[in-house]
Design a protein around this ligand. Structure first.
Ligand SMILES: *Cc1c(COP(=O)(O)O)cnc(C)c1O
Length: 833
């Protein structure tokens, strides 16, 4: 079979990349070496003797990009064969990370490239580590979008990802004396070798202005929006290479440019700043990613970002459609548009505007097409995180869209009234306009009403959606809500980040495990095999040594690779309960000091994660973790049996080092508050045991792995709801606990903050009062689960068996499985066999 074509040669990649590691063909290695050298010389204008690692990375990436261009162009040229349908995935965030290793691995070029670079006197890691980490996202939602794009390419689904090409991605986190400081991130400083700038692909995006009403030729009124301001969206395309290089899809990111570069008249008058004002205002839209993952920014610039990329995406896909089809009437037969959260929810009104105002379709037909084309993924139930926009802001910025939303709402409420006469509570609940805090457009309701399917991201989250935020809409549109449990790309989160484990799996299960993750289940038969356990443990040990080295280099803390590596890596948020983990750390520290003679399990606590810059409580929790680390790491009386490391600047590249090295995975959110989690999946796949609550997708992990193989603890989602309803107070838990009171006294009394005794008083007080996140409520149960984990770790064979069983149970959590479900049940597109 022909895998891909580059230039005139048809070639087929070696079976696998780093793993099967057949010696690369010398002709190919020389060709690659020469290509890299040509890129270095003629594109970058550097002599090999002068080249730095960054130059080698650039030259290598450009050479690798040449290998995908043919298939990349084929996607643009050829209509998708079987169904004629393309998926458009709209997301304000794509948390991509580095691409070199992913691309060469998926192309089967790793060994060739390693050899080619070696001939040039460069190691693959030198080039690889010089790539900046593309952090165009905050956390789970953006990383999901990146995994999904890769899976769509791997499954041969023609797809475009649409988003914003931010000049500055998520801030760089520096920890100074325990406090988080934010610095701008600069991924584009030295250029981005993966992308193709497309200055000719450009769409006009309007804001403000007025709506004129005319009589159309059919006698119906026609509305024309005359924006007061326009901004151009310019395309930048990045190839998304699927596994084994099958399909190369597009990640098309939009950059905002002013239609006129400057006001020359103002400049000539000497008003140099005024001459550039419009340009600055326009380009602010793609300047920087909003650094908040779970609360809406609520600012006008954010709404401008959302409309900007949504409108560009819809105009773009309509233009593409009309190149192949005579009209927009059959749009929904050829496109499936997925809205990743409510950030692109304005698509409902924008698609209606384009179809009705610009393409002159009757309203009812446009509405049918819109609902058939769109679908929406909900990512959070936190009431404070549900996006709403003030009506006056919408009327000013998007006047025509506001009219359209009013009409959609009027027809929607008429239908509700007809079916449920006199039910004003129901009307208020399902209206697209909320009246609670001034009149606001509810983007979740808008996305729900304008979509044919709405999905949650884990079984529990989808159930809670039906019971809470969308309870009433679910009653009106039964069957519209479906579940699509998240997954992660096994290429990135197993094969690329953990080549040692991948090689072992291929050896034990055969190379088909690389294509068929369900084969992981066959590991169960090997879980008790001492020889296999030993090899599994050796891989883990090597990964832990690599992490230990990184910890020492980054923060100067020495850790024992033989200790239990207990890892919590994710955004810092009260509901994710890093605080609970810190409290247990303090409890363990106090116990070790009180009973130095006991046979303690050595533990390394690894924390990493960023806090939203305005989220003071989260920043205080980082400070507490660092304060505790400082005291514990220096205390000779614990004899190095407990170490605490807060690693700064968590991102995808950091995760790729930490995940393969973890023994214990902390998934300890307040039950009912984590929609899915994907960090939980990455860690278990790499053989970490989970200590966790029954929340998000951890529930399904427990089902697939077997709940006796996780350290489950704590209140269930229903119990949390019940306590909150009954006025729970944390002091009840303190009174019942043997050690929680002491831990809180130590923290609240300044044991870890001698420079500021009162620093943590408010934190501690919130736990004895309402304890909204049930930290005090779950403490004893968590402590007991930690004790079980520490005990099990003392029995290496038993621990290894559990670790193998965890990896064995994770096959279902591949994002390929998630995407195949979206394809079948939401998009109606076939998946290549
Ligand atoms: C996977 C991932 C996340 C999501 O982690 P959760 O534990 O699911 O919150 C966030 N950030 C990065 C960099 C990731 O790789």
């Amino acid at each position: 079979m022909v895998w891909y074509q580059d230039g005139s040669t048809l070639r087929r990649p070696a079976l696998n990349t780093s793993v099967a590691a057949a010696a690369p063909a010398t002709a190919e290695v020389s060709a690659l070496r020469d290509l890299i050298l040509r890129k270095l010389t003629y594109t970058l204008g550097k002599a090999a003797s002068e080249a730095r690692d960054r130059d080698w990375f650039m030259a290598t990436a450009l050479a690798v990009r040449d290998h995908v261009v043919d298939r990349f162009l084929a996607q643009m040229r050829d209509r998708p064969a079987a169904s004629g349908k393309t998926v458009y995935y709209l997301s304000l965030e794509f948390l991509i990370g580095r691409l070199l290793r992913e691309n060469i691995s998926n192309l089967g070029l790793t060994e060739e490239l390693r050899a080619a670079l070696a001939e040039l006197g460069v190691t693959l890691d030198q080039a690889r580590l010089a790539e900046p980490d593309a952090a165009l996202g905050n956390g789970g939602l953006g990383r999901l979008a990146a995994c999904f794009l890769e899976s769509m390419s791997s499954l041969g689904i023609p797809a475009f990802g649409y988003g914003i090409r931010y000049d500055h991605g998520l801030f760089r986190q520096i920890i100074r004396e325990g406090w988080q400081q934010e610095y701008p991130e600069d991924w584009l400083t030295f250029g981005n070798p993966w992308e193709f700038a497309r200055p000719e692909i450009r769409h006009r995006i309007g804001f403000g202005g007025e709506v004129a009403t005319e009589n159309g030729h059919d006698g119906e009124p026609r509305h024309r929006w005359h924006p007061g301001e326009t901004v151009d969206a310019v395309a930048y395309d990045t190839p998304v290479v699927g596994w084994r290089g099958k399909q190369v899809n597009h990640l098309r990111l939009w950059r905002a440019r002013a239609p006129d570069p400057m006001r020359l008249d103002a400049f000539n008058r000497g008003d140099h700043l005024g001459a550039l004002a419009e340009q600055v205002r326009a380009e602010a839209i793609s300047k920087v990613l909003y650094p908040s993952d779970d609360s809406p920014a609520g600012q006008e610039l954010r709404l401008r970002q959302e409309y900007f990329f949504t409108s560009a995406a819809l105009q773009d896909l309509l233009r593409r459609h009309l190149r192949a089809e005579p009209s927009v009437a059959n749009l929904a037969d050829h496109v499936a548009i997925q809205l990743n959260d409510t950030h692109p929810a304005i698509a409902v009104a924008e698609l209606m505007r384009l179809l009705v105002d610009e393409h002159e379709l009757p309203w009812a037909e446009a509405w049918r097409i819109t609902c058939a084309a769109l679908s929406y993924t909900n990512h959070t139930l936190l009431p404070e995180a549900l996006e709403t926009w003030p009506v006056p802001l919408m009327e000013r910025l998007l006047p025509r869209h506001m009219q359209i939303i009013y009409r959609i709402n009027a027809e929607h409420l008429d239908a509700v009234r007809a079916a449920h006469p006199g039910d004003d509570r129901l009307l208020a609940s399902v209206s697209l306009i909320g009246e609670d805090h001034g009149r606001r457009v509810r983007m979740g309701q808008l996305a729900f009403v304008g979509s044919h399917k709405v999905n949650g991201v884990s079984a529990l989250h989808t159930d809670l959606m039906r019971q809470t935020v969308f309870h009433d809409l679910n009653g009106l549109f039964p069957g519209r809500i479906v579940n699509k449990t998240n997954g992660v790309s096994f290429r990135r989160w197993l094969m690329q980040c953990n080549p040692g484990l991948t090689a072992l799996l291929v050896d034990a299960l055969g190379p088909r495990v690389l294509d068929a993750p369900e084969a992981l289940a066959e590991l169960r038969a090997l879980a008790g095999d001492a020889v296999f356990q030993g090899r599994f443990a050796a891989v883990k040990r090597a990964n832990k040594e690599a992490l230990a080295l990184r910890i020492r280099e980054q923060i100067g803390v020495r850790v024992d690779p033989g200790a239990l590596f207990d890892v919590q890596i994710k955004r810092i948020h009260e509901y994710k309960r890093q605080l609970l983990n810190v409290l247990q750390t303090v409890a363990l520290y106090e116990a070790m000091r009180a009973q130095p003679m006991r046979d303690w399990t050595p533990v390394v606590k690894v924390f990493s994660g960023k806090a939203a810059p305005g989220y003071h409580r989260a920043k205080l929790i980082i400070k507490l973790a660092c304060d505790v680390a400082r005291v514990v790491n220096r205390d000779p009386s614990v004899r190095g049996l407990l170490k605490v490391a807060f690693l700064p600047n968590y991102n995808v590249s950091a995760a790729e080092v930490i995940v393969p090295a973890a023994d214990l995975s902390e998934q300890i959110s307040t039950a009912g508050m984590e929609a899915s989690g994907t960090g939980n999946m990455k860690l278990a796949l790499n053989g970490a045991l989970t200590i966790g609550t029954l929340d998000g997708a951890t529930v399904e992990m427990a089902e697939h792995i077997g709940c006796e193989h996780l350290f489950l603890f704590g209140l269930s989602a229903a119990e949390v709801a019940e306590r909150r309803a009954n006025g729970w107070r944390g002091e009840t838990a303190v009174a019942a606990s043997d050690c929680l009171g002491e831990v809180l006294d130590a923290i609240g009394g300044g044991v870890f903050s001698p420079d500021d005794h009162g620093r943590y008083r408010p934190l501690v007080d919130s736990l004895t009062a309402e304890d909204w996140f049930m930290v005090a409520a779950d403490f004893d149960s968590y402590l007991a689960a930690q004790t079980r984990a520490a005990l099990l770790y003392r029995d290496p064979q038993a621990w290894r068996r559990e670790a193998v069983l965890n990896t064995a149970g994770m096959g279902w959590f591949s994002s390929d499985r998630s995407i195949a479900e979206y394809a079948g049940e939401i998009w109606n597109v076939p998946v290549a066999p």
